[in-house]
Write a protein that binds this ligand. Structure first.
Ligand SMILES: Cc1cc2nc3c(=O)[nH]c(=O)nc-3n(C[C@H](O)[C@H](O)[C@H](O)COP(=O)(O)OP(=O)(O)OC[C@H]3O[C@@H](n4cnc5c(N)ncnc54)[C@H](O)[C@@H]3O)c2cc1C
Length: 347
């Protein structure tokens, strides 16, 4: 769905179409939700419609019907990698959080829906004595969000254990073999606008105690190096590719830990984490702080930082505003932003 297409539908027509689709499919559709309720940074403006399917079939049908009706939409998981601006977002957000079902284990395989919590899946797998994802335990997203960008940490990446992925195409569920997908460093070959519905992972039996110890170890490392209980989206910027430089270290060396703009602050624990605080925190605070960091790093280190967090804009950016293509990193579809390579550093 293009931004032009978004403009061509007037609001009333679009509202009618969304209501009709939701009623026909028996899917909950709500107005007036805010990104501040749906993202881990707890900031961001009003969303025209949030559509909340509960099964993979419903999600596929909803995506197909929205496409057919030319209604722009994008998909949200747990919102742990998204900074949405403070304005009204004139598109539909398909939230996958209710598409969670149960994780179904069969020997070394597990089939799981996109809305299932990734940390919960890691714990489930460990209890079954299955290894392969224990390093992902502390990543606070959904399985769908993790698949979308090949989430990883502490030597584990989800893409390495994927047998098949279920995606929505033309309103139906299509199963794609894992080897047909390119699983790069925090980046995959899923197409823009592709809705990931679930996956079958192939894990490996191992000693449950050893798996537990590895989970404990990754938890300990996270607790030591990251702010916990804080409102963040993980690392805000990528490490400059191929440079061996650590963005967190560079920000720290400029003395920016604790730097504040309104309700946003550079974490004292990890300088590449921006945290938001208080009821009045705004997305614009976090963005202003992020831009200040980028300017300082550019000036003093000659390095152009790229966003790792996805910036979701309510409007298409003006070309002059496009500080780099990755800043407007909407990958779900191009209803309101651009594509992000989302190459996430191990956090
Ligand atoms: C404290 C903290 C620590 C973190 N540590 C790590 C880490 O160690 N490693 C790491 O890789 N990440 C880390 N992250 C970032 C984040 O948790 C991951 O990127 C996670 O995989 C995002 O999942 P999500 O469900 O929250 O996705 P969202 O933030 O909701 O969405 C992110 C992107 O995925 C797309 N998406 C989500 N679900 C689907 C779907 N079903 N189909 C198609 N597209 C979809 C969205 O459209 C969006 O483009 C951390 C974040 C926090 C807050």
């Amino acid at each position: 769905m293009t931004v032009e297409a978004q403009k061509s539908l007037d609001r009333e027509t679009r509202d009618r179409l969304v209501e009709g689709i939701a009623a026909r499919l028996g899917v909950r559709a709500e107005r007036g939700r805010r990104f501040a309720e749906l993202t881990s940074l707890r900031v961001g403006g009003e969303i025209d419609w949030v559509v909340a399917p509960e099964t993979e079939e419903q999600a596929a049908a909803a995506a197909g019907a929205l496409d057919e009706a030319d209604v722009p939409w994008r998909v949200l998981g747990a919102g742990s990698n998204v900074l949405a601006d403070d304005e009204r977002h004139g598109y539909v957000v398909v939230t996958m959080r209710e598409v969670k079902g149960e994780a179904r284990f069969d020997g070394e395989r597990v089939s799981v829906s996109a809305g299932y919590s990734l940390p919960r899946l890691c714990v489930d797998a460990a209890r079954k004595g299955l290894s392969g994802i224990e390093g992902l335990n502390g990543i606070p997203g959904t399985v769908g969000g993790a698949l979308w960008m090949n989430a990883g940490a502490f030597g584990h990446e989800i893409g390495t254990v994927v047998e098949t992925v279920r995606v929505a195409r033309g309103g139906r569920i299509v199963e794609v073999p894992g080897e047909k997908i390119k699983w790069d460093y925090r980046h995959t070959s899923f197409r823009d606008g592709e809705l990931v519905l679930g996956a079958t992972l192939r894990l490996k039996f191992d000693d449950a105690e050893k798996i537990g110890a590895r989970m404990e170890e990754s938890k300990r490392r996270r607790m030591e190096t990251q702010p916990h209980g804080a409102r963040s989206a993980g690392c805000f910027f990528k490490n400059p590719p191929g440079s061996g430089l650590s963005t967190g270290k560079m920000i720290d060396e400029l003395g920016l830990k604790g730097e504040r703009r309104g309700g946003a602050r550079v974490s004292d624990v990890h300088a590449n984490f921006i945290v938001t605080e208080g009821e009045d925190a705004r997305a614009s605070d976090a963005l202003a702080l992020a831009e200040e960091i980028r300017a300082r790093i550019r000036r003093e280190r000659g390095v152009e930082l790229e966003y790792e967090v996805e910036l979701w804009r309510s409007r298409a950016p003006e070309s002059s505003e496009a500080q780099d293509a990755t800043a407007d990193s909407a990958r779900a579809n191009d209803a309101a932003g651009q594509t992000d390579d989302a190459a996430k550093e191990g956090q």
